[in-house]
Ligand binder design. Sequence first.
Ligand code: URA
Ligand code: SF4
Length: 209
Amino acid sequence: RPGAAEWVPAEADVDTLRRAAHDCHGCELWEPATQVVFSAGAVGGRLALVGEQPGDQEDRRGVPFVGPAGRLLQKAVAEAGIDVADTYVTNAVKHFRFTQAAPGNRRIHQTPELAHITACRPWLVAELQQVDPEVIVCLGATAAKALLPKDFRVTKHRGQAFSLATSRGPRTFLGTIHPSAVLRTPEPDRDAAYAGLVADLRVAAGVLA
Ligand code: URA
Ligand code: SF4
C-alpha cells in the first residue's frame, strides 16, 4: 500500500486538502466506505481534537463526529470550558473501517490497524500544519499512535499536557480516552468515565486560558 502521501497536495489549505482527499487510494479502506470524512470546525481553531476514524453515521454524512460519540464529545468539550467554535475536529484515519456479515446487514466498526494509521498520517500532518493549533488532543489510542511518542499509553499518561516538536515549533499535546470508550463503559461506571474525559479536556482548556 502506497500511503496517502502521493495524494496530499503540498502547502495546500484545508479546503484544498479536503477536496483532494476524495481521490485518496492510499490504503484499501476507501473502497468499501461510502466516502472520505475529512475534518470539521474552525480552521483557525486554537485546539484540535483528533479522533480515530469516522463511524457509521459519519461515513454516511461525510462529516466527523456527528453520531453518538460526537454528541458526547461536544457536551464534554463545552463542560470543560472550551469554546466549541475554537476547535478543529478530525480523525487519524479518514475512511470508515468495518465488517459486514452480508450486504444490508449492520456495519460493525473495526479498529484501524497501524498500517492504516501510517498510510493516512500524511493527511493529518498536512491539515495540522495548516491549522497550527496551540493544543492537540488525541482521543484514544489510535490518534495517540498517529501523533504521540511510541511509549505513550492512554491508561498511564492521559490528561498530561506535554510539549512535542512540530514543523512549526513546539506545541502542546495531550492524550485522553475516546468518547466511544465512555459510551461503551457499563453502568454504574459511565458517569465516572465521562467525568474523566471532561477532567482531561479541562487540562487542555487550562493551557489555552
Ligand atoms: N469516532 C471517531 O473517532 N471519529 C468520528 O468522527 C466519529 C466517531
Ligand atoms: Fe487514503 Fe486515509 Fe482513506 Fe486510506 S483511510 S484511502 S490513506 S484517506
